[in-house]
Design a protein around this ligand. Structure first.
Ligand code: GUN
Ligand code: ZN
Length: 453
C-alpha cells in the first residue's frame, strides 16, 4: 500500500508521446494525481479495484471522461514575445530587421509603463492558457519591473513559465530602446535575484540576449557567465533571415559562424533554446548537438516575415532538441495548435520543392508540441507527457465541444476506439481550437476555466 495522498483520479482515454511512440493512445486508462500535483500512477481501467486499494482512494470519486473526450499533455510554447501580443496580427509587411525597427522596438519601449504592461501580460497569459499552453518560454522587454510583473502574472494564473528580461546594448536604428552594457548586466542580476526571491514554484528566470546583432560581444560573454554561475536557462534568436545572417558576419568578423559567436560566449548549453535556425549549416547543427542546445521552430513567424523554412527533418536527423514556438508577434497566433498546422504545412512545402524530402507526420509534430518542447527547455523531468513522477500538465479535450468546429466525428461509427481517438486527436489539432479545450491543468491544478479572484 502506497502512502501517497491522492488528490484526484481520472478515467478515460489519454493521448501522449513517449520516446518510442510519437502518439501513444491509452484507452480506458486510470491516472491518479497526488497532493503535490504529480502523476502518482497510470494504469488500466480494469485495475480500478487494485489501484484504489494500493493508493487509498474511493472508486466512486473517480472522474470519468465522456466518450468524445481525451486528455493530452499541456502544450509547450518554447518561444513567445509576451510584449508583442499588443500588436499581434498587424504589421507583417516587412522582413525581420525592418519589422523590428519599424514596429517591434517602438511598441516594446512602452513597457516602461507598468499599467500597460499589466494589461497586455494578463491578456497574453490568459489567452495562451486558454489555448492549451501550460508552459511558455517568454521574452518580455528590456524593462526589469515589467518583466517581473510578467513572472507574477504567470504565477497568479498558474502557468509554468520561463521569463526573460531582454538584454540589448546595441540598437543604432531606435536609440531610445537600448541599454548600456552596465545597465543590461546589472538589471539582469536584479531581475534574476528578485524573481528567484519570489519563490514562485513554476516560474523561472531565463537569461535573454535578444540576438547577436543587438548585443556587443562583451555583453554576450557577460550574460554567458551569469547563466553559468547561476545555472540558468538561456534564450535568444539565431539565423532567422538571410539579411540578419549577413549583418552578423559584418558585426562579428572574427567568428566562424553565427552559432560560433554564442558558443564562444558560453551561451550554448543544455539549457539554451534559440529560435528559428532556418539558415543554419550542418556544421552548426553539429555544434548544437554537442552542446545540448535546442532550437525552437516558429513556422508561423518564418512564413509571416518571409524569413525562411526550417528543415525540421534535417534538425531531427542531427538529433538536435526541438520544440515549437508561436514567436508572437512575428507569428500572429497565440496557439501551439496553429504552430502544429504551420509546421506540417512548412514540411509539405519542402516536399513540394524536393519530392525526396520526408514530410513530417502529424504524430511527429504532436510530439514536438509536447514532449519535444519539454526536452528543448530541459523541463522534461517535470512535464511533457504522462509519465509517473512528472507534474500533471494536461488538457481535457472535447472533440464535440458545444460551439466547437467538430461535430462530424461523433456521428461516425469508428472501427475501434483507438482509430477513433487517433482521428479525433489529429482532427482536433488540425481543425479544432480553444473551444475544444475544456479544462487545462498545470501541476495538478485546474487553471482553465479561470477561477476569477
Ligand atoms: N530577432 C531579434 N528580435 C526578434 C523579435 O522580436 N522577433 C523575431 N521574430 N526575431 C527577432
Ligand atoms: Zn522571437
Amino acid at each position: 500500500k502506497s502512502d501517497t495522498d491522492i488528490r484526484f483520479v481520472c478515467r478515460g482515454t489519454f493521448v501522449h508521446s513517449t520516446a518510442e511512440e510519437a502518439l501513444q493512445i491509452l484507452e480506458d486508462a486510470l491516472l491518479g494525481v497526488d497532493s503535490e500535483g504529480k502523476i502518482a500512477f497510470i494504469g488500466e481501467g480494469k485495475e480500478l479495484q487494485k489501484l484504489s486499494e494500493n493508493f487509498g482512494f474511493s472508486p466512486s470519486a473517480v472522474t470519468q471522461l465522456q466518450q468524445h473526450e481525451f486528455f493530452m499533455p499541456g502544450m509547450i510554447d518554447t518561444h513567445i514575445h509576451a510584449s508583442q501580443y499588443s500588436y499581434a496580427g498587424t504589421a507583417l509587411d516587412m522582413p525581420l530587421l525592418q519589422w523590428l525597427n519599424t514596429y517591434t522596438f517602438p511598441v516594446e519601449s512602452h513597457f516602461q509603463d507598468l499599467e500597460f504592461a499589466k494589461k497586455v501580460y494578463t491578456q497574453v497569459v490568459k489567452r495562451t492558457l486558454r489555448n492549451g499552453t501550460t508552459t511558455a518560454c517568454y521574452f518580455a522587454t528590456i524593462h526589469t519591473d515589467a518583466s517581473l510583473l510578467l513572472g507574477q502574472i504567470a504565477n497568479d494564473f498558474g502557468q509554468r513559465a520561463l521569463v526573460g528580461k531582454v538584454c540589448m546594448d546595441r540598437n543604432d536604428a531606435v536609440k531610445y530602446y537600448r541599454e548600456t552594457s552596465e545597465e543590461s548586466q546589472e538589471e539582469t542580476y536584479r531581475f534574476i535575484k528578485e524573481l528567484l526571491n519570489k519563490k514562485y514554484p513554476l516560474v523561472k528566470p531565463v537569461v535573454t540576449p535578444r540576438f547577436a546583432p543587438s548585443c556587443t560581444e562583451a555583453l554576450l560573454a557577460k550574460l554567458g557567465e551569469i547563466a553559468k554561475n547561476n545555472k540558468l536557462h538561456i534564450q535568444s534568436h539565431i539565423s532567422e533571415n538571410l539579411e540578419e545572417v549577413e549583418l552578423v558576419k559584418e558585426l562579428f568578423p572574427n567568428s566562424e559562424s553565427y552559432t560560433d559567436i554564442y558558443h564562444k560566449c558560453n551561451l550554448l548549453t543544455d539549457k539554451t533554446i534559440l529560435a528559428h535556425g532556418c539558415h543554419l549549416s550542418d556544421e552548426e547543427l553539429v555544434l548544437f548537438r554537442k552542446t545540448g542546445a535546442a532550437l525552437s521552430h516558429c513556422p508561423n513567424s518564418n512564413i509571416s516575415l518571409c524569413s525562411g523554412v526550417l528543415n525540421v527533418r534535417n534538425v531531427l536527423n542531427h538529433k538536435v532538441k526541438l520544440g515549437l514556438g508561436t514567436d508572437m508577434a512575428g507569428g500572429y497566433s497565440p496557439s501551439i495548435l496553429d504552430a502544429v498546422r504551420r509546421a506540417l504545412d512548412s514540411s509539405k512545402v519542402l516536399t513540394i520543392q524536393d519530392p525526396e524530402h520526408k514530410t513530417l507526420s502529424f504524430e511527429e509534430v504532436f510530439r514536438l508540441a509536447t514532449l519535444g518542447g519539454s526536452q528543448a527547455l530541459s523541463l522534461d523531468e517535470r512535464t511533457g507527457n504522462f509519465k509517473v513522477g512528472k507534474d500533471f500538465d494536461a488538457l481535457r479535450v472535447n472533440v464535440a465541444a458545444p460551439g466547437g468546429p467538430i461535430d462530424v466525428i461523433q456521428n461516425e461509427k469508428p472501427q475501434s476506439l483507438n482509430s477513433h481517438m487517433r482521428l479525433s486527436s489529429s482532427t482536433c489539432s488540425l481543425a479544432g481550437d480553444d473551444r475544444n479545450i475544456v479544462e487545462v491543468f498545470v501541476a495538478g491544478k485546474k487553471v482553465v476555466p479561470f477561477s476569477e479572484p
